[in-house]
Design a protein around this ligand. Structure first.
Ligand code: FMN
Length: 166
C-alpha cells in the first residue's frame, strides 16, 4: 500500500483503452465503502463514460480539461458541502480510496475542481439541493508515470511532521 501512495502521480493524459467493467465497479466500491464522519456517507458518485458528457464536464472548470480524455469520470455529488467541515474531508477519503484502488490496477487519475457546479449538475441531471464539487478522471496513463512529484516536490518530514506537539 505504501508503495502505491509513494508512486501515485496526478495523471492527466490517458490512452483510449477502456477500463473493464469489473475494475470500474471495484473503483466505485472503494468509494462507497469509505469511512465518513458519523458514518453519514455524504456522497453520490456519478460515473460517466460517455465521451460527449466527459467533454462537456471538462468545460466546467478552468483546470478540468483532462476529463475530456478520461476513460471514466467520477463526479462527486453531495448535500451541503460548505456548511459541514466533515464533508470535504469525507469526500477526500472516498476519492483517495478510489484513486489508490485504480492505481493498484495500473489506472491513473487526477482530480478536477468543477467550479461551474450548476452547469455540471444540469449536465448530469443532478436533482436540486445537491452540490457538484469535484470530478475525478481515470484512465490508463499515456505518459510516463515514473516521475517525481510536480515542481517543488513534497514538503519534507522535518517541515510538516511535529512529534509530541508543534
Ligand atoms: C481538492 C483538489 C482539487 C484539485 N483540482 C484539480 C484541478 O482542477 N485540475 C487538476 O488538473 N488537478 C487538480 N488537482 C490535482 C493536484 O493538482 C495534484 O494532486 C497535485 O498536483 C499533485 O500531483 P503529483 O502527485 O503528480 O505531484 C486537485 C487536487 C485536489 C486534492
Amino acid at each position: 500500500m505504501f508503495d502505491l501512495i509513494r508512486s501515485k502521480r496526478a495523471i492527466r493524459q490517458f490512452t483510449s483503452d477502456p477500463i473493464p467493467d469489473e475494475i470500474a465497479h471495484t473503483i466505485l466500491e472503494a468509494g462507497r465503502l469509505s469511512g465518513s464522519a458519523k458514518n453519514q456517507q455524504p456522497w453520490h458518485f456519478v460515473a460517466v463514460r460517455d465521451r460527449e458528457t466527459l467533454r462537456a464536464l471538462s468545460e466546467c472548470g478552468a483546470y478540468a480539461g483532462h476529463m475530456a480524455g478520461a476513460a471514466l469520470g467520477v463526479v462527486l455529488v453531495t448535500e451541503d458541502p460548505y456548511h459541514r467541515l466533515t464533508v470535504p474531508f469525507d469526500l477526500g477519503r472516498a476519492t483517495q480510496n478510489m484513486m489508490l484502488t485504480a492505481w493498484s490496477h495500473g489506472i491513473g487519475s487526477v482530480m478536477a475542481t468543477l467550479y461551474e457546479s450548476t452547469k455540471a449538475g444540469d449536465l448530469l441531471g443532478v436533482p436540486a439541493g445537491y452540490a457538484v464539487c469535484w470530478g475525478i478522471s481515470f484512465g490508463y496513463p499515456a505518459v510516463d508515470t515514473d516521475r517525481p512529484p510536480r515542481t517543488g516536490g513534497r514538503r519534507g518530514a522535518e517541515d510538516v511532521v511535529h512529534w509530541e506537539g508543534w
